[in-house]
Design a protein around this ligand. Structure first.
Ligand SMILES: Nc1ncnc2c1ncn2[C@@H]1O[C@H](COP(=O)(O)OP(=O)(O)OP(=O)(O)O)[C@@H](O)[C@H]1O
Ligand SMILES: [Mg+2]
Length: 486
């Protein structure tokens, strides 16, 4: 227990006023101890604030224990860096390193006359291991499979998304310097640097997770970090049907659409499940086809064997060497693809994507950030206009309408559930307007007391404009799937 924690004779400030890393001096521990740590003391902001004196004492005790543990960790981490043979770290096995950490820690604790119970000691060993080998406090969240996103707002506020819902954790960094050290570890591993003149960066963690950071002074209250966890087991169509993202009928329709090489756009808001949907849809592509994927951060995991993956590259520190999605796409057209999949179309590559869809690479797919199918078309128009191409609006729309066959709208509803709220076909032009018809939609019927949305998927009653095509390709969908439930 921490009641047995003894301070060394000279007081807490003597424990660690020295640098934790070689990058500069760390703030005195005593200052850090007196910093407000509101987040750790109140992990659930929605809980009532009123506390009994006993609860207040328990929480103060917990807070003090955490502070002392953090203090101890800084000192031990420093000692570890002094004592471990860093060049041998890469070859060391996890078990041998943990053993080494345990023995250095035991020696240091002895020297500092600090007694810890077995459980605290184990937590400390794990945290020290994560500091030396991994990403410190983030490591536990990265290992937690229920976490989808990790969002850091400065050193003391780490949020996670589980099952579509955001919540504040009681995990914290010691201070901004600690957070910056972890950020630096991540970005330097991919040859990048963040500082005042380069305050933000995209990167990929060793496990494939997507990482973005922005550091002060642009990030006003401390560094901002967003991590989209990489899922080894990607959600497939059966999983998504099981989770209620769409129905089996919709899955059968989508299978026919993808297999018969319709050009598909998955549209949706941030974190709505666009990439997941795109990945699941790709499973309907025949194994004999050559597929090229282009992404800013490689997230897609196609199951086919004939897949060429490309990842764009930002400019280096001197502003040179950038390879954009557009560069990849243009090159891809010379690589004899049967299908091209662009992770997310967000800029100038739009025109090449539409041209590819129009010129023999039918069956291509991409995602777009938009809130409805109509909106997705407007986004395409805007992107074309922004890319500097002067084109009359009618020509632009006719280009879009002949390139895009299907728009699938993904959405994260307010209860955290992710649903495919609409499947819409693009059928051509009427005058200057792109004509579309919705085939399936999600209907909201009400709200349960616990905030869960009650709803159902329904057909609109409109038969697919591609029914004949589906039939010719051997996908004879029963007409009943287009019949609405009333
Ligand atoms: N239907 C679903 N049910 C449960 N979880 C889902 C579902 N769809 C997606 N997810 C999870 O939600 C998270 C976000 O999904 P995804 O990366 O596909 O979103 P996105 O729209 O591409 O996000 P972004 O806009 O950031 O690129 C992932 O962790 C994914 O595993
Ligand atoms: Mg995505």
């Amino acid at each position: 227990m921490f009641s047995r924690f003894k301070k060394p004779e000279s007081g807490p400030a003597a424990i660690a006023l020295k640098p934790v890393t070689s990058s500069g001096p760390v703030a005195p521990i005593s200052a850090a101890v007196h910093k407000p740590v509101a987040v750790t003391t109140r992990p659930n902001p929605t809980a009532p604030i009123a506390r009994t004196p006993a609860e207040a004492m328990a929480s103060d005790k917990e807070k003090k224990k955490k502070e002392k543990m953090a203090e101890l960790k800084v000192e031990l981490h420093k000692r570890l860096l002094d004592n471990l043979n860093l060049s041998a770290l890469e070859k060391a096995t996890e078990a041998s390193l943990k053993q080494e950490i345990a023995s250095i820690t035991a020696e240091a604790l002895d020297e500092m006359s600090v007694a810890l119970n077995a459980q605290d000691r184990q937590v400390l060993h794990q945290e020290l291991y994560d500091e030396v080998m991994g990403l410190g406090p983030l490591e536990a969240l990265l290992k937690d499979d229920t976490v989808n996103d990790i969002l850091v707002n400065g050193p003391k506020r780490i949020f996670v998304e589980r099952a579509g819902k955001l919540s504040l954790t009681d995990i914290t960094f010691k201070d901004e310097r600690h957070l910056l050290r972890i950020i630096d570890k991540i970005v330097s591993a991919v040859g990048r640097r963040v500082d005042e003149s380069n305050p933000y960066c995209d990167a990929r963690l060793a496990d494939g997770s997507r990482f973005n950071c922005m550091v002060p002074p642009v990030a006003v209250d401390g560094s901002l970090v967003s991590i989209r966890k990489f899922k080894k087991e990607k959600l497939g169509v059966p999983d998504l049907v099981r989770f209620g993202a769409f129905t089996e009928e919709m899955a059968a329709y989508l299978q026919a659409a993808v297999a018969t090489r319709l050009n598909v756009i998955v549209s949706g808001g941030t974190g709505s499940g666009k990439t997941t949907t795109l990945n699941a849809l790709s499973s309907f592509i025949d194994g004999s086809e050559r597929i090229l994927t282009i992404e800013d951060t490689a997230e897609l995991q196609l199951q086919q064997i004939h897949v060429g993956r490309m990842e764009s590259r930002p400019p280096n520190v001197e502003g040179k060497g950038a390879v954009t999605q557009r560069d990849c796409l243009r090159n891809a057209l010379r690589m004899r693809p049967d299908r091209i999949i662009v992770g997310e179309t967000r800029g100038e590559e739009v025109i090449d994507m539409l041209q590819a869809m129009n010129t023999g690479h039918d069956g291509s797919m991409t995602t777009i950030h938009a809130n409805s199918s109509r909106d997705a078309v407007s986004r395409l128009e805007n992107m074309i206009a922004m890319s500097g191409i002067e084109m009359p609006i009618k020509a632009m729309r006719s280009q879009i309408s002949s390139a895009v066959n299907l728009i699938v709208q993904a959405s994260r509803l307010q209860d955290g559930s992710r649903r495919m709220v609409s499947i819409t076909e693009v059928t051509g032009m009427e005058g200057e307007v792109i004509s579309m018809q919705e085939i399936f939609r999600y209907e909201r019927l009400g709200l349960e007391a616990n905030g869960k949305i009650i709803g159902r998927f329904n057909a609109t009653g409109i038969r697919s404009a591609y029914s004949d095509r589906f039939k010719q390709w051997g996908y004879d969908l029963p007409s009943s799937i287009y019949e609405p439930i009333v």
